[in-house]
Design a protein around this ligand. Structure first.
Ligand code: FES
Length: 123
C-alpha cells in the first residue's frame, strides 16, 4: 500500500477556497525536488492538484497564496488568467481551455488531509 503523508488538518482548508503547499518529492535519481500542490474544498470533499498550470507550467499563485478569481468561485492562474473548476481542475476558459490540472490522490484520515500515490523525500 502507498504511504500516506499528512499534509494538514481538514479545518485548515476553508470551504470553497484553495491552499497551497510546497512539498519535496523524491526523484528517480535520488535527488529531492520541490513539489508544489494545492488543495481545495467543497463542503466535506477535498481535491488536490499539482500547482502547475497546464498552459505554461507556472504555479497558479503567481502572487503567493492567491489561487482564486476575483469573485472567489474558481481557481485562476495569475499569469494569463486561465480559470479552473475547484473540484475537477477542468479549465473552462483561458489559453489551456479544455485541459485540466493534474490531480493528486488525497485521503482524509481522522481529520487529516493526507497525500498518497507519490514518494516524498525524507525531511
Ligand atoms: S501559464 Fe497559466 S494561463 Fe498561462
Amino acid at each position: 500500500m502507498d504511504e500516506l503523508y499528512v499534509i494538514c488538518r481538514t479545518d485548515e482548508i476553508e470551504d470553497a477556497e484553495a491552499t497551497g503547499f510546497v512539498l519535496m518529492r523524491a526523484e528517480a535519481s535520488g535527488d529531492a525536488a520541490p513539489y508544489p500542490i494545492l488543495i481545495t474544498r467543497k463542503g466535506n470533499n477535498f481535491y488536490g492538484f499539482e500547482n502547475a498550470c497546464p498552459h505554461e507550467g507556472e504555479r497558479l499563485d503567481v502572487n503567493p497564496g492567491h489561487f482564486m478569481d476575483e469573485e472567489g468561485n474558481f481557481l485562476e492562474c495569475g499569469r494569463h488568467h486561465a480559470q479552473f473548476d475547484i473540484d475537477t481542475g477542468h479549465c473552462f476558459i483561458g489559453p489551456c481551455q479544455g485541459q485540466r490540472l493534474t490531480p493528486i490522490k488525497l485521503v482524509v484520515d481522522e481529520g487529516d488531509v493526507c497525500l498518497t500515490g507519490v514518494l516524498l523525500a525524507e525531511e
